[in-house]
Design a protein around this ligand. Structure first.
Ligand code: NAG
Length: 359
């Protein structure tokens, strides 16, 4: 009798452990957490893991993904056009994703996307920083790479393939040099910045600003997308970032997220069944890319803690293992939608290493 109690106690504890790991996996998000100085994460092991190393629940999740993930992917033009046109009608990121002097005139009121009660009347100081024309007009791109920052990119050798796209979109000022090029590439057309980086790494841009300017050099003359109107606390620091870039004559071009677009996009994804409060930067960039490019390829989007093929443990980002401080997004829920779009042939999600992909 007692033996049985002990046994069921143990199986209960094991179940608890399994659940704990599963929950940790489920709440991890990859893109919006701030990061410190990019230290290269310890090399990840590629040996075949022993059973005890693999979390059983993770394995089940990964198996489910494999059942849905098409290895031999083919674009479905009809599905792509349907999805893209739906986005164009409901969100029109092409004209609205970025604030321009045209879509946000002098004297108009900007409503913050993260604080609905906060507004800002556009005065000359900001108006002068707004893009004079739509940076996307008169351009057409065949292929886009959207690069998430997931640890899945480590040792992926995807750099060349990422850089071969006409338009390369990156998230949250990621490191690209010092050995990362091979896996993530170096070309950048558009990069987003999370203001947390300005606060944590560059002293809120209140003191010396040269280190910040130098850190932008690797992104060349790309667009730097700033969320100045998400929360009130981000406005001044994003304005300082834009001033810094202009004053130091850095070739990167600061532009601002249009909160109206972010609202319409949140509504769009809610209507697609995504229940999350806030969209991740990665999903926003994927949505933009679907309007801008005929062929959208995703890299570094993988919200689980184990590699989909090797099953070895992954770091949180390809450049560090810093876990998120707060949990805003549910990456697995977003990933589920991206996987769905992949199976429908709307976009292509890259989960394997690129060497074997190219065969
Ligand atoms: C993926 O596989 C499913 C089921 O076999 C199929 O219906 C779908 O068309 C495939 N998608 C692509 C993009 O190849």
């Amino acid at each position: 009798m007692r033996g049985q109690h002990v046994k069921s106690f143990f199986s209960f504890m094991i179940t608890l452990l399994g659940l704990g790991t599963l929950i940790t996996t489920l709440i991890w998000y990859k893109l919006d957490s701030n990061h410190e100085e990019p230290h290269r994460p310890p090399p990840q092991k590629k040996h075949a893991p022993t059973l005890s190393e693999i979390c059983k629940a993770c394995k089940e999740i990964i198996d489910k993904v494999h059942q849905r993930y098409n290895q031999t992917w083919k674009k479905n033009e009809k599905n792509y056009l349907r999805f893209r046109d739906n986005l164009r009608v409901k969100c029109n990121g092409f004209d609205n994703a970025i604030i321009t002097q045209n879509n946000t005139p002098l004297g108009s009121n900007i409503v913050y996307s993260g604080e609905k009660k906060r507004t800002l009347q556009v005065k000359l100081d900001f108006f002068d920083l707004f893009s004079k024309e739509n940076p996307f007009s008169n351009k057409k791109w065949d292929t886009c790479s959207v690069v998430g920052n997931g640890g899945i990119l480590s040792e992926s050798s995807c750099g060349k393939m990422i850089d071969s796209a006409d338009l390369v979109i990156r998230c949250n000022l990621p490191p690209l040099e010092n050995g990362y090029e091979k896996d993530v590439g170096i070309k950048t057309s558009l990069v987003t910045a999370n203001p947390t980086i300005f606060f944590n790494k560059y002293g809120a841009l209140a003191g010396r600003r040269l280190p910040f300017v130098e850190s932008l050099r690797k992104y060349g003359n790309s667009l730097l997308l700033l969320p100045a109107f998400s929360f009130g606390m981000n406005t001044a620091v994003c304005q300082r970032a834009a001033y810094t870039i202009q004053d130091f004559k850095s070739p990167i071009q600061p532009v601002f997220f249009n909160p109206q677009y972010l609202d319409s996009l949140a509504q769009f994804w809610r209507s697609e069944g995504l229940k999350e409060a806030r969209l991740s930067t990665g999903l926003i960039m994927v949505s933009m890319a679907l309007e801008l490019c005929e062929n959208v390829h995703l890299y570094g989007f993988w919200p689980f803690s184990n590699h989909p093929y090797g099953l070895y443990t992954l770091t949180n980002h390809y450049y560090d293992d810093v876990p998120p401080k707060t949990v805003f997004h549910s990456m697995p829920a977003e990933f589920d939608h991206l996987l769905q779009l992949h199976t429908e042939g709307v976009l292509r999600l890259h989960l394997g290493d690129c060497k074997s992909d190219e065969k």
